[in-house]
Write a new protein. Structure first.
Length: 106
């Protein structure tokens, strides 16, 4: 995978996680404009992730692994959540799955 693809996937994951976090805050706090901002952010994620010119199944299969890593790290370091060992094991399985998908496409 190229450096550009990594940068795009990380940017897309940050947009997706960020958009969801903003919507979550808006819904829990009754702040409508946060929900709208979250929708816009999620729309930007969709544009960014699809700039990688891969087959859709490969694109999303590999991206899911990047998204999972960013999601768990965001929960741990931004929201200060305690991540149970089973989540780390599950995350490792997802990352291995993404690597298998990537390896299958040379």
């Amino acid at each position: 995978m190229t450096l550009l693809a990594w940068v795009i996937f990380i940017a897309a994951a940050i947009l997706e996680v960020g958009g969801d976090a903003v919507i979550r805050r808006g819904l829990r706090g009754g702040i409508v404009w946060f929900v709208i901002l979250g929708f816009v952010t999620l729309g930007c994620y969709g544009v960014v992730v699809n700039t990688v010119k891969w087959d859709f199944s490969r694109l999303l299969g590999v991206y899911v692994a990047v998204f999972a890593v960013v999601s768990v790290l965001t929960g741990r370091f931004i929201f200060r959540e305690s991540i149970p060992p089973t989540t780390w094991v599950g995350l490792a399985i997802i990352v291995v799955g993404g690597a298998v998908i990537q390896a299958g496409h040379g």
